[in-house]
Design a protein. Structure first.
Length: 145
């Protein structure tokens, strides 16, 4: 199995794209940070439901969760595009993805064939809260070093 020289850590509202410096072991550089603030908004603040009381029996929760799922899908498309642009630039690029559930599945659905071929690992794990140093240690452990 190839070892990754790119890593993506993501959840439904943030994605960080990191690249391994080939000249320096354990030196990862954050190349891009994408955010999707709309994924964190709820209800009328996100523009998906009228203000006021929104629960109307059991069906009251459906619009909110559908709106949240749509926001995740939108962000997954944006992240997949950024990943394709970064990883596709070099022929020997390999990527490992760490993303929260259900965002990991939504992201995987958005990846094109060429990016899927460069994928060496995917983990249902949200690492977006880690510092760059903590991420470097975690990624080095994943690479077996």
């Amino acid at each position: 199995m190839d070892t990754p020289n790119w890593a993506l850590v993501a959840n439904g509202s943030m994605a960080r794209l990191l690249e391994l410096d080939p000249a320096a072991a354990m030196h990862w550089t954050e190349r891009q940070c994408l955010t999707h603030p709309a994924a964190r908004l709820h209800g009328s603040a996100a523009g998906h439901e009228p203000p006021g009381h929104s629960i109307a029996g059991r069906s009251g929760l459906a619009p909110r969760s559908e709106a949240a799922a749509q926001e995740r899908r939108t962000f997954a498309r944006e992240v997949a595009h950024a990943l394709r642009e970064a990883v596709g630039a070099a022929e020997r690029s390999r990527v490992a993805v760490f993303a929260s559930n259900p965002f990991l599945g939504e992201l995987m659905e958005q990846l094109d064939g060429a990016t899927h071929q460069r994928l060496v690992a995917s983990h249902a794990e949200d690492l977006t809260h880690l510092s760059l140093q903590e991420l470097a240690r975690h990624l080095q452990a994943e690479r077996g070093g």
